[in-house]
Design a protein around this ligand. Structure first.
Ligand code: ADP
Ligand code: ZN
Ligand code: ZN
Length: 673
């Protein structure tokens, strides 16, 4: 009797391992790892899974038959499997969870919708020839250094101030790779916010640019997947994408660029795998033997440290292209203005004067406030009642234009009450500042000014987003008020004033990264002032102008900032000197979550003495009806790390398998932000 053949199948589920199925004789000749197959799961389910391995070892239990093979050829290869395995190990999740994140929806099927299954088809299209500007001598020098350095050090960091010409350097590097018919991955933190860069790259590389983004339809995403899988086809491909594009089936990847590498949106928060695409890009580069170039005007503390300790090759560009001066930064003391009763709404006299001047000169301004809505909470003046979310432990934000109160954590909304439900008083007052309030106050002070707001509320549709930006670009709007959206990748020629409304709010956020973020945000937003041919002005409103971080922004003292911050991180044992793993433990019952967290922390402490902190309730201790406890693990950055992670993973698995705590949720967040 001939030997039976088996295949280990990976399913897009949180199963710890692959499942073994029998390969019927008639399917055997066609089957290859990386193909999708249909299989039964449980009593009723039929799912699409991936062949991971084909072998002759019978499983302990009787194996069910594979129903059929979907793809004629594998949709991915060893290199992707290697990446997935690394991610599952590093981010403490299952390969099935990685698979779920990696494949576009059309390549994943379950029995609710088998009809949606799509075959892979090669696609050809017409591509255009290239054009790029010549580089300046400093840019040229860096280009040479990068190319010469790649063989020795695979990861490079280009630290160059906004407008110093980093993108032009990327373009030259990309061009060389495309001429040799390779694939280049260009990672961006957020496509919607970077339409300008896409257009710019398309101008140079035409149809060779493939954009991959979660806002695109599934059909479009599948098309890009297929194009990349079919390979560059004689012309080279530039793949522009957000974090999920690290999963694309590259055939001939020769360069990875990580633009704005410091951006938080490279990190996936939910669901697992909670990966950071910047870090995954380095592993991807390693697997494909392709170098990685990261760029930023304000590198993350982690990358800066790696560059200054020689792990990454560092390049610096300290001047704006064309030699335009950096913006002039003015500090507006809001505490003093308040004391002297000189504030007009949320504006200091200095901020108002600056706005007045640009309006008179017919120029444009951007005002930055990192909070949407009208005010973060309302309060009854009589009994101090504050409306809270029913599902989360937070106050509701007032959105006055829509007459509603909204929870920014779960999306719950209710109508604004006319009376306090607790004492019936009509005296409800607003507290704190959101973008909507700034827009309203500004309009009262400058009735003729044309204002627009750029935040999550005003850009629910993609068309609204581009309309706001186009109007601003065409000069139809004088002042753009926005959240951190305005700090990213936008380049407007007539913006001569940038106002930061409330630096205190950034600095006082309770998190070990808050200074790093404040510094980056203020520096990035400032970079929007006076980009092309004029020197701009930046006004920062803050209650303490002597604050060291404010002073470092003022003096553009990056080295000083990083030095201080690294010293503090080292002293208190935070990244980049340690690696953090945070466990979020959730349950609807506050007692159960407390007990489970204490139990788990106890077990972790046995395995990792001296490295486990907590359990502790986070600042917001209930979200979407679930109570939360955190356990934080600090590990040294040494080769033992992977061994430790394995021990942690098996401990967690045992803990879950005991099922002592019912529907308890345990989420691992490795390198949390
Ligand atoms: P960054 O990416 O560092 O913010 P950019 O590459 O966008 O900087 O350059 C800033 C501006 O200067 C852009 O308008 C760009 O077109 C222009 N620029 C940069 N380098 C050159 C060059 N070598 N020749 C002509 N224009 C350049
Ligand atoms: Zn009341
Ligand atoms: Zn809520």
């Amino acid at each position: 009797m001939p030997r039976e053949t088996y295949a280990d199948i990976l399913l897009p589920l949180a199963l710890p391992e692959t499942l073994t199925y029998r390969l019927p004789e008639e399917l055997y000749p066609a089957a290859k790892p990386g193909q999708r197959v249909m299989v039964h799961l449980g009593k009723k389910k039929i799912l699409a899974g991936l062949i991971w391995r084909i072998h002759f070892t019978p499983p302990l239990f009787e194996a069910r038959d594979i129903i059929r093979i979907i793809d004629e050829a594998p949709i991915l290869d060893d290199r992707q499997f290697t990446l997935w395995e690394w991610m599952a190990g590093y981010y403490l999740c299952t390969p099935g969870e990685v698979m779920k994140a990696a494949l576009p929806a059309f390549l994943k099927v379950d029995n609710r919708d088998p009809k949606r299954i799509r075959k892979i088809q090669p696609i050809t299209d017409n591509r255009q020839p290239i054009t790029a500007v010549p580089l300046s001598p400093p840019q040229q020098q860096i280009l040479q250094d990068i190319k010469a350095g790649f063989p020795m050090t695979p990861v490079h960091l280009l630290h160059g101030i906004t407008s110093s010409g980093k993108t032009e350097i990327y373009i030259h590097l990309i061009q060389e790779q495309l001429e040799q018919n390779h694939q280049v991955l260009y990672l961006l933190p957020e496509i919607a916010l970077t339409t300008q860069i896409i257009v710019r790259l398309q101008n140079v590389f035409g149809d060779r640019v493939l954009v991959y983004h979660s806002r695109f339809t599934q059909v479009r995403r599948l098309k890009v997947w297929n194009q990349i899988l079919s390979g560059p086809d004689g012309q080279g491909q530039l793949i522009l994408g957000v974090r999920s594009s690290v999963f694309l089936p590259f055939r001939d990847l020769s360069l990875i660029i990580v633009d704005e590498e410091h951006e938080q949106s490279y990190k996936q928060q939910d669901p697992a795998p909670r990966y950071n695409a910047r870090d995954v890009a380095i592993i991807l580069g390693n697997i494909h033997k392709s170098p990685v170039l990261m760029g930023s005007a304000t590198p993350s503390i982690e990358s800066y440290h790696q560059a200054h300790t020689g792990k990454y090759h560092l390049h610096e560009l300290n001047e704006r292209y064309g030699g335009i001066d950096r913006p002039e930064i003015l500090l507006a003391d809001s505490r003093d203005a308040r004391k002297r009763k000189k504030m007009q709404g949320p504006f200091t006299p200095l901020m108002l004067k600056a706005i007045n001047e640009i309006l008179a000169r017919n120029e444009q301004a951007i005002l930055f406030q990192n909070r949407r809505g009208y005010s973060p909470y309302i309060e009854c003046q009589e009994c101090k009642w504050i409306p809270k979310c029913q599902h989360c432990d937070v106050s509701l934000t007032l959105h006055r234009a829509q007459g509603k109160l909204e929870c920014h954590y779960c999306g719950y909304t209710e109508r604004v009450p006319t009376r306090c439900p607790s004492c019936s008083s009509t005296g409800l007052s607003t507290h704190g500042l959101g973008t909507e309030r700034i827009e309203e106050d500004l309009q009262l002070l400058f009735p003729d000014a044309r204002l627009a707001r750029l935040d999550l509320d005003s850009t629910r549709s993609t068309s609204a987003f581009s309309r706001i930006l186009t109007d601003f670009e065409l000069g139809k709007t004088d002042i753009l008020i926005g959240t951190q959206m305005v700090s990213k990748g936008l380049d407007f020629s007539k913006v001569s004033l940038v106002g930061i409304m409330d630096a205190d709010q950034l600095l006082n956020y309770p998190d070990f990264r808050s200074y790093e973020r404040s510094f980056q945000l203020m520096t990035q937003v400032s970079g929007r002032a006076g980009r092309r041919d004029t020197q701009g002005t930046v006004v920062i409103q803050c209650s303490d102008p002597t604050h060291p971080v404010i002073q470092q922004v003022l003096e553009n003292n990056l080295a000083g900032f990083y030095q201080n911050e690294l010293m503090e991180r080292q002293q208190f044992g935070y990244p980049p000197f340690t690696r953090l793993i945070r466990f979020n433990i959730k349950h609807t019952d506050i007692k159960v979550v407390a007990e489970a967290a204490a139990d788990l922390a106890y077990e972790l402490k046995q395995t990792l003495p001296g490295k486990v902190m907590g359990p502790q309730a986070p600042v917001i201790s209930r979200i979407q009806g679930k109570h939360i406890q955190n356990i934080l693990i600090k590990l040294e950055r040494n080769p033992e790390l992977l061994v430790r992670k394995k021990a942690i993973a098996s401990l967690i698995k045992k803990f879950i398998d005991k099922k002592t705590y019912g529907s308890l949720v345990i989420q691992a967040d490795v390198d949390p932000l």
